[in-house]
Design a protein around this ligand. Structure first.
Ligand SMILES: *[C@@H]1O[C@H](CO)[C@@H](O)[C@H](O)[C@H]1NC(C)=O
Ligand SMILES: *[C@@H]1O[C@H](CO)[C@@H](O)[C@H](O)[C@H]1NC(C)=O
Ligand SMILES: *[C@@H]1O[C@H](CO)[C@@H](O)[C@H](O)[C@H]1NC(C)=O
Ligand SMILES: *[C@@H]1O[C@H](CO)[C@@H](O)[C@H](O)[C@H]1NC(C)=O
Ligand SMILES: *[C@@H]1O[C@H](CO)[C@@H](O)[C@H](O)[C@H]1NC(C)=O
Length: 370
């Protein structure tokens, strides 16, 4: 309201018509600060996404249409998002600053309330600056209840879904989270080492970046060329399981094995301030597959040493996941040695079995039923 202008019937009508559809019935505008939007991953205050996989989930009654109204910090010309209706597959859409209709197939929608999940899929050019969400007249947000299982994944390109058409949404961490009907946050930066060193265009390593809101892409942006501490109180609920797969780029940058172990142990000690008792799973490398002959490995035996050191300190809630043999040359793109779509599915399947043998059961159903 402009100051001094009373809210007359006419003014009220004008306000309504601003948000009216063709039939003159008010559409439902959900502003970005609506507490019924379940945000996950890392968002800055604009609010905008960083890191592959950051997004939001909605539980909506009476839904037939949905549009995203995105602000100026959205990646230009477009950012790829994955959209899942009622726990179906994540379909890719390019969205841009301004209004974006998200097509919802009528056959995917159910009577009653529907669950819509949307996330940024890329490890770069991944910024979705959410201003509001426009729903059809009569649609209404109801609470989304997160799963009681919450995975926090930490890694590099091998976890971020680099080279996959739908990015992280096709990567093994995401697939594992889905298979367990869990919430899942992936903080993974292609090219980055764990050591806080410059590596393949990253100005920081994960031992620094994990504690920040922005991924390493901040350095290359003009509208947000800085990084801010991540407030872990915003991760709701806090992770119940932490998975780390890192070291490929420390090795590529010739970080010595002793220095790597030292950095890793300091990192785990810092994680324990946040995840005080949660199981931490330490992946060994699956190695770089070769056209012929065995995979090439790095830091042989050192991941076991890290886990053993923690046990010696009295931390029994840390476990080695031996991934030797999980990935062969048939599972990777030959030109970059990263797992392809089927390769990521294979890794997810192997890790899911590993977790089940360890004692973790998938949830019987999602906590918010569509
Ligand atoms: C999104 O845009 C990129 C770049 O223009 C294009 O290559 C890609 O095919 C688009 N994807 C979809 C799902 O529209
Ligand atoms: C390190 O990062 C680069 C850039 O993302 C990637 O191409 C490479 O495969 C990674 N790992 C190694 C061991 O070089
Ligand atoms: C971001 O800031 C750093 C210095 O802090 C500078 O070196 C870099 O060029 C800047 N990047 C952009 C895209 O402005
Ligand atoms: C790491 O060491 C190898 C072998 O000595 C060398 O070829 C390579 O250039 C080094 N890489 C870096 C990033 O220093
Ligand atoms: C990992 O598994 C491989 C293959 O089964 C085995 O040779 C290796 O000893 C195991 N490593 C550890 C640390 O258990």
């Amino acid at each position: 309201m402009l100051p001094g202008i009373p809210l007359t019937g006419i003014a009220f009508f004008t306000l309504l018509s601003l948000v009216s559809g063709v039939h003159g019935v008010a559409q439902t505008i959900v502003k970005n600060d609506n507490p019924l939007i379940y945000y996950h991953g890392r968002w800055d205050l604009s609010p905008g996404t960083w890191w592959a996989g950051s997004g939001f989930k909605l539980h909506i009654e009476g839904l037939s249409s949905l549009a995203l109204d995105l602000g100026p910090h959205t990646t230009s010309p477009a950012v790829l998002v994955g959209v899942s209706v009622n726990y179906g597959p994540f379909n890719p859409f390019n969205v841009s600053a301004g209004a974006n209709d998200i097509p919802l197939a009528e056959t995917d929608l159910v009577d009653g309330a529907n669950v819509i999940r949307i996330n940024s899929v890329g490890w770069q050019n991944n910024r979705v600056n959410l201003e509001s969400i426009t729903l059809n007249p009569g649609a209404r947000l109801v609470p989304y209840t997160p799963s009681q299982l919450v995975f926090q994944f930490i890694g590099d390109s091998l976890s971020a879904g680099q080279y996959l058409p739908i990015g992280v949404d096709q990567a093994w961490p995401f697939l594992t989270g889905e298979a367990f009907k869990a919430e899942h946050v992936v903080v993974a930066q292609p090219g980055a080492a764990l050591s806080d060193i410059v590596s393949y265009g990253n100005v920081h390593g994960l031992s620094y970046e994990f504690f920040r809101t922005e991924d390493d892409g901040f350095y290359y942006t003009t509208d947000h060329n800085y990084t801010t501490p991540w407030d872990f109180k915003r991760d709701v609920p806090v992770a119940t399981h932490v998975v780390i797969h890192i070291g490929a780029n420390d090795s590529a940058q010739n970080v010595t094995a002793d220095a790597f172990v030292d950095t890793y142990l300091k990192f785990v000690a810092r994680l324990r301030n946040i995840y005080t008792h949660q199981p931490i799973f330490v992946f060994t490398p699956w190695g770089w597959p070769q056209p012929e002959g065995p995979n090439s490995y790095y830091y042989d035996g050192r991941y076991a040493q890290i886990v053993d050191s923690r046990h010696t300190m009295g931390d029994q809630q840390i476990f080695l996941v031996n991934t030797t043999g999980w990935v062969t040359y048939a599972d990777v793109f030959p030109d970059n040695n990263h797992p392809d779509i089927a390769g990521h599915q294979k890794i997810a399947g192997l890790f899911e079995n590993w977790l089940k043998n360890w004692g973790l059961k998938p949830q019987n159903h999602w906590a918010t039923i569509a």
